[in-house]
Each structure stands twice: as structure tokens, then as C-alpha cells.
Design a protein around this ligand. Sequence first.
Ligand SMILES: [Zn+2]
Length: 446
Amino acid sequence: MKRTNTFALRPLSDNGERLLRELLDGSAALWNQVNYERLMRYNDEDGFEGDVWDADTGQLEGQYKGVLGASTAQQVIRKNSEAWRGFFRLKDQYHDESNTSVTEHPEPPGFRGNEDDGRQLKTVIRNTSYTVEWGDRSRLEILVGSDLKDRYDHTGRLRLEIAGEPNWPDYEQQGRLDLWYDETDNTFRASQPVTIDDDTRDTPLADEAAALDIGANNLVACTTTTGEQYLYDGRELFERFRQTTREIARLQSLLPEDQYSSQRIRRLYRKRTRRRDHAQAALCRDLIERLYDEGVATVYIGGLTDVLETHWSVEANAKTHNFWAFKQFTERLATTAEEYGIAVEVRSEAWTSQECPQCGSTDRTHRHEDLLMCQCGFEGHADLTASATFLARQIKQAVRPMARPVRFQWDSHEWLESSCSLRPNEQRTNRSTVPRDGNLAAGGLA
Ligand SMILES: [Zn+2]
């Protein structure tokens, strides 16, 4: 079966780092040139596949093989071809009326980087053009072009140190390696697809499950069948997102009338997106690693999109849509889960957030901030309760969280366990502020 190892890389010297950067930059330049040639032909043909494939990529390959090596130049071009084929496939599906899975017109493949920030450092290396050695001092060796070797007075393959342990150290085959520079934390990273024998899977997944409640204040509330609960707090992250959004609006109001954007505004947009993406990627990894350790084989995610339209206030709705980018998040989560062999299932069904886990009532409950209360006497953290109810519905049996819920907060770099992880009795602090006269109707979000 197919799995992926992802890891951080460290060049062994400044010279090695410069060489690596030039290799990645050259790959992005080649991608952009190939893509430009194809895009021109695509636009010429008025949006038909036409002679996109007539672009002279052989000539470009010749031009870049001195820097990248012939095999890497070929891989970059091949990957661009795959992107174009994927685009045409989506476009066919979009125009096929019997197919409802593609609802937005797809865009042709994009360029790596932009004028303001420069090229996006990224390459792809054929499975026979790199080697990985796992051990106390794990390392990666990649092929580089002869021109680069001459320029940096380097012989043989370029060696890089691998930080951390692989998820799948034993495999039968390795696939094409992706290697890139991650600007959000200034780290070189790689992902290595591998094929492993079904029998050699060293930590077999148990048959456990987990369910996620996704929201704006608490980004993810999770309950597992092993009795664990996790809560990822998004308030601070959202506050920073909102500050940047305000700053963008302020700058926009200062623009001359005939101008819609500026370099500074575009940079703020990108910064805002990068920060969210970074937190989101880190959350997926942190959560999936925990679930993997718990023996979770399936993760259920509620179909937030449907739910938003009917149950959430307009403000909460916009807040979650813009900030959290739900679709992107579930895709990212699924990709990360796939690395660990965990299945992700998105279930759009009835809203569980207002349901009392004790008596099953939805119209006798009331939510105040993070607290869900019911007239039957139940009190608990609303989002954690929702994830537990959702999980119970998926596995068709009652779920009783046993461990103290663990709360995580974002510190701009990683998700840290908060010192004030919720004890059950801490969930009751709002009691005095809420009337308990029995006349409460189920309210929406306050
Ligand atoms: Zn109740």
C-alpha cells in the first residue's frame, strides 16, 4: 500500500545551501517557462486543449539540464504535464452535465511564485535520482546538474541531513520525491511516497475512531473511541487574522480612486493566508499523530458547509468561511491522514451541537459561550460534547470520554498543550451567569 514520509532537511554547509537554493529556483524557473509556453497556446486556441502539447519542452529541457540534471528537468516538465492533464480532466467534468462533482470552473496550472516575492523554491526528483538512508544520522542524497557542481566545486550527489524520524522507515519502493523550501518556518522539506508491504506495517491501526467538530472559536474539538478529547483553540489566531483584515481595509481606504490594490496590500493578504495555512498544516499533523498513536483508523468530519447555512448566525458563518477555509482544511486533513493510513470520512448530517448527550433533547438545551446546558441537568463543553455526540452517532454506540480534555493553543510556531487544560469542573464556571428557570428555548450561537 502507498504511504508518504515527510521530513525536514538541513544542508550541511552554507555552500550546500546555496547550491540547493539554486537547484530549487532553477526548477521553478523551468516550471514557469514550460507553463508559460503552454498557457500562451491554450489562450491562443481560445480555451481548447489544442496545441498546448506542441510547446517545445525538449528545447527547455536542454537549456536546464546543466543546472538540474537531465532527469530532474524531465520530472519538472512531466509534473507540469500532469497538472495540465488534471486541469483538462476537471474541465471536462465541469462541462459534463451528468457530473455534479465539479461546480467551479477550474483554472489552468499556475506559476511558481510572483513578481513581488520571487520564485517559489520547489523541485521534484525521480525515484532513481535520490537515495535516503535512515538511521542515527539519516540523510538524503540528490542528483544535481554538472553546471551547478562546477560552480560550487562539488562532486557527486548533494547530501542533506534529515531531521526527525520517518513514519515508514521500511518500504519496498520509493516514488518521486518532492523537495521545497517552506517560507513559513524557513525550512527545507521533502515528501517521499513509498510502497510498503501489508505485513510489514509495524504499528497496525486498531479499529478505533474519532469525530471532529470544526468551528471558528474552537477550531477543532475531537473525541475518540479510546476516551480522549482534544480542543484546539483558535481565538488568538482569529484575532490576528481580523487585525490583518482591518489593516488591509484601512490601507484600501487610503488608495487613490483609480487604484484597487497595492504591493503592501497584496503582501498583507499573502501573509494572512500563509499564517493560517501554517497553523492549519501544523494542526493537522499534531492531531493526526495523536490519533495514530491512539490506534484510530477512521476520522469522521461533519459537513460544516451544510450546517453553516441553516444553523449559524451570519457573522459566525462569514467568520468560519473566510478564516477557516473548511474545504481546504478537510483536504489537508485527509492528505495528512493518508500518510498514516487513517481514513477520513466527511458526513453531512443533522447538527449535533445543540443535542443533549444525557437526554437526547435538542430544544431544552442552551448554549452560553463554550458551555452547553440542558434542563435535565447536563452541563459540558459545547464543542467537545458535539464531537462526542457526532462520534456516538457514527459508531452507533454511546461514547464516554474518560480522560481530561486536552486544550492546545497556537504560539505562531506549533500547537502547545495549554497549562489550563480543562478539568471537568472547570466547565461549570459560567453557571451563575445563566438563568436556570426552565424557560430557556434553544438559542443559536450568542
Ligand atoms: Zn438533557
